[in-house]
Design a protein around this ligand. Structure first.
Ligand code: ZN
Length: 485
């Protein structure tokens, strides 16, 4: 057992994280708008308490003396180092620039004009460079930015991974884009009914009322302030079923947090290990389970009963084609399973060039348009449908986008490994039974929390490093079948 002094300090850090997450959840889900300024203050106070405790020299000394749990020491030392290396003036300046940047980004969107946003973006890029300079031992400045979200992953690895994806996805998309357009599902899908069937699906996946909540949020997210307290959100609308997929996505995130070994509670190891690994859990449920034929062979009859007017005479094959339409879009959050990664590759290549200084922020709209043409084959009509669409850069969040695609890549690898381990998996899905898959994911991924590094976790779960081949094979075989190529 680690020393009681160390455990007490880590417990307090976990409690502060708990309080901060709860305030943030409340802000997104419950708080009346006028509470915003006071909430910003309260969140800032919690963050600065947590930061002070994390960089405390006493914590460093306890880590130096700790012999009992090397994995725990490695993770906490990493957090301590990451926070200690960045001078507090720089950290405060980044926070200010992020909140100013967000406000300016809203104005730029209002005006539909990137020029309004450019100075704020320039400042965020400059600060990100200064942040990276705090880690001179890293090979590439962007490595330091990635490290915040995907510990241990390097720019060189992401570059190589994305190059292979690009090579596989662009020609496949070209073939599909040449096919006649497929009709989308149309009709009225009453929100109350969607929520009802959504809850049935969520409960079958593992949502249990004693430890979970479902609420509405404009931008769906999942949050788990502590073990035993999982909060998911979705957004349903009467004209589409996207809310059901968003719900499966968020329940996938929730299952990860729910499945962490209770012995890790309040040790700072009691949460997901990286954003990419987290996203692999949500994408696995949303896409590999939730858009598959076995899944809907169970649920479509139930959905039809629930919404006979809209879906009474929709056949399974047509339904599957409709929920798996591939169409290049300008907006990332509306992208389908196949084109999504192309949106991420575009953003990665651009932010890397901005950090390296080979692209000036003023030239960004032009570069965005060029890459959209190369990767998706479509034209960007204006800044709102291009460079102004994502919130991330406005808040100084650079190095984050790649984690979305790392999640998709890993989801396909895990899916392949799960199918090999469980030959009856499709039969389970056809029966609406997810217990064996959930147990498998708990064993391979969830229970470890942050105890293993992302690379160790991936190696143990799928027997090798991140590999884009299973995702490319999955997409190719799925869409060749659906589109009769
Ligand atoms: Zn997600």
């Amino acid at each position: 057992m680690p020393s009681p002094e160390l455990l007490a300090r880590l417990g307090e850090l976990s409690d502060l994280r708990h309080a901060g997450q709860l305030l943030a959840w409340d802000q997104m889900v419950m708080m009346p708008p006028a509470g915003g300024p006071a909430r910003g203050q309260a969140l800032g106070a919690i963050q600065s308490l947590a930061h002070d405790r994390l960089v405390a020299p006493e914590l460093g000394a306890l880590l130096d003396d700790e012999r009992a749990d090397p994995q725990l020491v490695r993770v906490v030392r990493r957090d301590h180092e990451l926070a200690s290396r960045v001078p507090s003036e720089l950290a405060a300046e980044m926070t200010r620039a992020g909140s100013d940047g967000f406000a300016v980004w809203l104005q730029a969107r209002e005006a539909g004009d990137f020029a309004v946003f450019e100075p704020a973006l320039r400042r965020n890029i400059e600060l990100a460079r200064r942040y990276a300079e705090c880690f001179p031992e890293l090979e590439h400045p962007y490595d330091a930015l990635l490290e915040r979200f995907e510990p241990g992953t390097t720019t060189a690895q992401v570059t190589a991974l994305f190059a292979r994806l690009r090579e596989g996805l662009v020609p496949l998309l070209g073939e599909i884009a040449g096919q006649p357009a497929r009709p989308a599902l149309a009709g009225d899908f009453p929100v109350a009914r969607q929520r009802e069937i959504g809850m049935q699906i969520a409960r079958a996946m593992g949502f249990d009322d004693s430890g979970w909540r479902l609420d509405d949020a404009v931008h769906p997210f999942a949050s788990s302030p502590a073990l035993g307290d999982v909060r998911v959100t979705s957004r349903f609308d009467d004209h589409s079923l996207t809310g059901l997929f968003a719900l499966m996505h968020e329940v996938g995130h929730g299952l990860y947090e729910h499945g962490v070994d209770p012995a890790l509670a309040r040790t700072t190891l009691d949460t997901g290990v990286s954003l990419g690994v987290h996203e692999s859990q949500s994408r696995l449920w949303e896409n590999l389970v939730g858009r598959s034929e076995p899944f809907w062979s169970f649920w479509l009859p139930r959905l039809r009963d629930c919404m006979p007017q809209a879906l009474g005479d929709v056949e399974l094959d047509d339904f599957l084609r409709a929920i798996n339409v591939v169409r290049p879009t300008l907006i990332r959050v509306e992208a389908d399973e196949m084109t999504y990664s192309l949106h991420v590759i575009l953003r990665f290549e651009l932010e890397l060039a901005l950090i390296e200084g080979t692209l000036d922020p003023a030239d960004l709209p032009q570069a965005w348009a060029t890459k959209t043409r190369e990767l998706l084959g479509i034209e960007v009509p204006d800044d709102l449908h291009g460079v102004l669409q994502d919130i991330h850069w406005s808040e100084g969040i650079i190095g984050y986008f790649p984690t979305y695609t790392i999640g998709n890549v890993l989801a396909a690898q895990l899916w392949r490994a799960a199918r090999l381990d469980m030959p009856g998996l499709d039969d389970d899905l056809r029966a609406g039974e997810y217990g064996p898959l959930r147990d498998w994911l708990v064993d391979k991924v969830h229970r470890h929390g942050r105890r293993l590094t992302p690379a160790e976790l991936i190696e143990q779960a799928v027997g090798g490093p991140l590999d884009p081949a299973p995702m490319l094979e999955h997409l190719s075989s799925k869409y060749r079948t659906l589109y009769g190529l």
